[in-house]
Design a protein around this ligand. Structure first.
Ligand code: A2P
Length: 216
């Protein structure tokens, strides 16, 4: 009967342990606050198309609505509706704790996120088609999309965070090095146009995260 069938979750992913969630939130909030004080940032942010219709002064702390459960999605299953959801069989590692390495923080007019640099072992859990869903990023290495969504602007879905990261990496790969804006305490800040900023962390932030799923 249907009660014995395993039902598929909304998504599988690594969930940051609650003990480190606050630390990551604080670090990203500090980063956003610092960005908000940079003249170059304010100028580009207000000029870009997405916020162009908004008021001239943007308080970033209000602008981005924080994500409730910090996690790095591996496979988005949409309760089985997504291609490959059934085949994503990872039962043996379910419930294991991994150490995720957050290697960069990024902000766009739509989202704030942290880039996750996956290890070889972690890449075994990464879906082969995650990058291929987006045309511009089809040739990026496996795992390029891995991220933790930290906040989204009003009306923006969290799926956008990974797409914004892929866009930034596609610009990098296309040979445009971006404009080095500032050496900050945490690392170097680069501007990639269209309101997209990436802070490459000098010291990655390592966080424990449990491989599990979310049903909603
Ligand atoms: P992200 O991984 O960037 O946080 P929602 O609440 O919109 O249903 O999303 C639930 C989670 O699944 C979020 O973590 C979200 O983005 C991720 N997600 C939503 N849609 C997709 C998709 N099409 N591909 C990959 N991940 C998705």
């Amino acid at each position: 009967g249907h009660l014995e069938e395993m039902s598929l979750p909304l998504f599988f992913g690594w969930f940051l342990l609650s003990s480190v969630q606050d630390k990551v939130r604080c670090t990203s909030m500090d980063f956003v606050k610092t960005l908000d004080t940079l003249e170059a940032f304010k100028k580009h942010f207000i000029d870009c198309e997405f916020t162009g219709k908004a008021e001239k002064e943007v308080d970033l702390e209000q602008y981005f609505k924080p994500t409730e459960i910090l996690h790095c999605t591996t496979k988005f299953c949409n309760y089985g509706k997504k291609d490959g959801a059934k085949e994503y069989a990872v039962k043996d590692l379910y419930g294991s704790v991994f150490e995720l390495s957050l290697s960069a923080l990024f902000v766009t007019p739509r989202t704030v996120g942290a880039r996750v640099s996956l290890t070889e072992e972690q890449l075994l859990l990464w879906p082969a088609d995650a990058e291929k869903e987006v045309e511009a990023s089809a040739s990026l290495p496996l795992g390029s999309r891995a991220h933790v969504s930290l906040g989204c602007a009003e009306g923006v879905e969290p799926v956008q965070t990974g797409l914004d990261l892929l866009e930034i990496l596609a610009v990098q790969q296309g040979g445009q090095s971006g404009e080095l804006v500032e050496e900050m305490e945490l690392g170097s800040l680069t501007y990639y146009g269209e309101g997209r900023w990436l802070l490459s962390l000098r010291e990655p932030i390592c966080v424990p995260a449990c491989f599990s799923s979310f049903y909603g």
